[in-house]
Design a protein around this ligand. Sequence first.
Ligand SMILES: Cc1ncc(COP(=O)(O)O)c(C=O)c1O
Length: 381
Amino acid sequence: MTDTSSRAPIAFLDLRPQRARIEAALRARLDKILESCQFVLGPDVVELEARLAAFCGARHCVAVSSGTDALQIALMADNIGRGDAVFIPAFTYTATAEVATVLGATPVFVDIEPATFQIDIANLRARIIEVRDAGKLRPRAIMGVDLFGQPADWPAINALATEFGLVTIDDAAQSFGASLHGKMLGGMAHATATSFFPSKPLGAYGDGGALFTDDDARAALFRSLRSHGEGAQRYEVLRTGMNGRLDTIQAAVLLCKLDVFADDLAARAAIADLYDRRLAGAVQIPARVPNSTSAWAIYSILLPDQPTRDRLAAALRADGVPSAIYYPKPLHHQPAYAALHDGAALPVSETIGGRILALPLYPDLPHADAERICDAVLANL
Ligand SMILES: Cc1ncc(COP(=O)(O)O)c(C=O)c1O
């Protein structure tokens, strides 16, 4: 057993080493933006959209103001609102369900699969049939989430969407850079939404997001909706939209980060491999989705029960090792959504929040720190 108690605390996320890697290129881009004074949807945004679309092989990329706005615009483009059911995993970040609710649609919560944390396909099918047969809501869309950076089972989700005539939206907020069956995420669903929140695998220095689609008509709607429903002419208002534009400075940050993104993804995967190697057998490590690569936004382990998890988190903290809980409660148990839930039992989502624990994972996390984190976990089980 290693004595970890006397050493400096480890950061859960430290963006400074990455900033040092991109700083010179970023300062040059920022100088140009300050010179041009084109602060919103400037040339860097146009360049970013082209590079992001090429990166993930999507026909269109539309950069927007956040991942949440990207999800909302995707729903608005398909006129999803009152009376519509949107199928959403119960174990995800609130934004996934929030956008449906804001538009007056009803989130229908679906359980997750305990090994990979992704939406449970058998439960999704059962929930679609339940809602269709109850006849109160129109089943309209599936919002799959690639939780923690691994892809959901998109071939299975798409097969259900075709069978029941539903729109698919990929909440890829945590998974930009991941792939499934040799294809990058971005083209798995009718619309893919990602987030550039600073802690995400591809993070800006503020809020940002993007939409991807292969469908020309959807892409045109996304562009209109992000700018107040604007038409081809300035101040021509075709529909109710929103202010969902990305600012030029965030695009400059993202362009510089794209230059090091492949290295960052490889560094994240190497740390996940290290955790797997050290911790397998002692705790439940995240099962890998077959034929996929992960963006490793988050690395979560599972402990046998809540007292063990809470004891471990406290012991790690005392050793200077931070951890986090994504997410303590499923969405249908949150006050914001409880009244919208139809009462279905979602047993995995209802228990996993008491057992889950995320360990630090970012590209510049020194491997010596990752080893020390593993030592501390193993010493405190
Ligand atoms: C699964 C998921 N969906 C949506 C979002 C929302 O993204 P943003 O914070 O950019 O609005 C997040 C961000 O944390 C997320 O993790």
